[in-house]
Design a protein around this ligand. Structure first.
Ligand SMILES: [Zn+2]
Length: 102
């Protein structure tokens, strides 16, 4: 796994991802190697290292608006939103996993 899969592959189209929703600043797509029946990743399009690096909280608001929209679109009632930081981050680019086994 590269340090920043999202900037290095997903956002520059080196790897094609299956997009679910896209706004001006946020992209939601299906995880390329899902660990759950439903496994979505939601990221800011501009690079942010992790939650500790967020300056303007508007991006977090936009991310969660996208998460809510995606959950509604896919009719997800039971789901988890996970954000990892530091050593728990597989990719060093802020991202939120939306997972469900439903
Ligand atoms: Zn990045």
């Amino acid at each position: 796994m590269p340090e920043d899969f999202y900037c290095d592959f997903a956002l520059n189209n080196k790897i094609e991802v299956e997009k679910i929703k896209e706004t001006e600043d946020v992209l939601a797509f299906y995880h390329t190697k899902p660990s759950y029946k439903i496994h979505i990743v939601v990221i800011p399009k501009l690079h942010i290292d992790n939650l500790n690096s967020v300056g303007d909280l508007e991006i977090i608001k936009e991310i969660f608006m996208v998460i809510k929209d995606v959950a509604e679109e896919l009719n997800l009632k039971d789901f988890k939103v996970i954000n990892n930081n530091g050593k728990y981050q597989d990719s060093k680019h802020l991202h939120f996993h939306v997972i469900s086994d439903n």
